[in-house]
Design a binder for this molecule. Structure first.
Ligand SMILES: [Mg+2]
Length: 389
């Protein structure tokens, strides 16, 4: 089950929130020079026919009483972050698609937040309570329908397309409502007698593909209630890594391990500083002829522990056949956890005790290194050249 949350007249509403004198008035956010375009219009201004992307001079004609305010992008970004933080309190599966819109995958959330409609209401209440703004939500078992639904009862709306209502909903849905179907495509479809998704069903997929290209496949699937797109949380930082060109080329794996240890420490420290954990560890090697190879391994559970990263990187090196002396070596960590996601409980607590120990040691080591310099605390493997060979 997917919820699409869309803030109502976002920029204009922020202006009305910050300046109570603007509440209930036709507020138009946009270039005040008269040459710009409308970035957003409050619902009071929309009554006069003012729309986003309309030239300001035209908006002034349509709504002479309109109050024009210049956009304050930083402020909108701050409010947007506050809204997204609220959404993350419901589920980590939040995909932000614009400054004021996001999808939430709420599958399995019923036990905590109740049935979909209740959860939609709870989201609306919490956004209002925390940020002071209204939003509209659309709830549906398919992503594309959730987005269409959120637009149906704006402002301050809630539309729920229950699973058993999907077929009827799709049958009469105008194709122009689907994001991806532009004016041109809608026109081409109209020419052959397609105006709803129900009409689409009457045509073979080949016909749709000849008309719309690849998108014809997607439209055919949507008409049959299939939407393969999923809610994909955005991960701001995708990876951390460090690498080093060696003073002299090295072909001895034991010596290379020392460098891995050092760089794993660094990668772990970066992760801990960011409060992130990685699921994938990458070993990067550049040979003396500048040929570069990488190897990756997936961890059983995400980590920020330098020791775990080192063990993974060292394991990769172990299985490596070194064709030539190595000129550069590096360690990377990617596939990072969502920063808002709570630490997942491990199912196999007993087998993970050593890992947990390393997770706890990391911050202690970082603290000492910060206070006394990185030389103050060094793993045995770095000082004793034979320890890890
Ligand atoms: Mg919006």
């Amino acid at each position: 089950m997917i919820i699409h949350v869309d803030m109502d007249a976002f920029y204009a509403s922020v202006e009305q929130l910050d300046d109570p004198a603007l509440a209930g008035k036709p507020v138009i956010v946009g270039g005040t020079s008269g040459r710009g375009v409308v970035a957003a219009a409050s619902y009071e201004a929309r009554k006069y026919g003012v729309r986003s992307a309309m030239p300001v001079f035209q908006a002034k004609k349509k709504c002479p009483a309109g109050i024009f305010v210049p956009p304050r992008r930083h402020r909108y970004k701050d409010v947007s972050q506050a809204v997204m933080a609220v959404l993350h309190t419901f589920t980590p599966l939040v995909e932000q698609i614009s400054i004021d819109e996001a999808f939430l995958d709420i599958s399995g959330c019923e036990a905590i937040f109740g049935p979909p409609r209740e959860m939609g209401l709870a989201i609306k209440h919490k956004v209002k309570e925390t940020v002071g703004l209204n939003c509209s939500v659309g709830i549906a078992p398919l992503k594309f329908l959730a987005k269409i639904a959120s637009d149906m009862n704006k402002p301050d709306g809630l539309t729920y397309v229950a699973p058993d209502a999907v077929d009827d909903f799709i049958a009469v849905l105008p194709v122009g409502k689907i994001s991806g179907v532009g004016e041109k495509a809608a026109h081409a479809l109209k020419k052959i007698g397609i105006s709803t998704l129900g009409d689409v069903k009457k045509f073979p997929v080949e016909k749709l593909v000849s008309l719309l290209g690849k998108y014809g496949h997607r439209l055919h699937e949507l008409a049959h209630g299939i939407d393969r797109s999923v809610v994909a949380p955005v991960r701001p930082v995708k990876s951390v890594s460090t690498e080093e060109t060696l003073a002299a080329d090295i072909s001895d794996k034991g010596k290379l391990r020392k460098y891995l240890l050092k760089h794993s420490e660094d990668v772990g420290r970066q992760l801990r500083k960011k409060g992130r954990r990685a699921r994938t560890v990458t070993l990067k090697i550049k040979y003396c002829d500048f040929r570069q190879v990488t190897r990756q391994t997936k961890l059983y559970r995400p980590t920020s522990a330098s020791e775990t990263i080192f063990q993974a990187a060292a394991g990769l090196l172990e299985n490596f056949f070194l064709h030539q002396p190595v000129r550069l070596i590096g360690v990377g960590a990617s596939d990072l956890d969502d920063p808002h996601q709570a630490t997942q409980m491990t199912l196999f607590a007993d087998s993970d005790t050593s890992l947990e120990k390393w997770e706890k040691i990391g911050p202690v080591v970082d603290g000492i290194a910060e206070k006394f310099g990185p030389e103050a605390i060094t793993k045995a493997g770095l000082t004793d050249p034979d320890k890890h060979c």
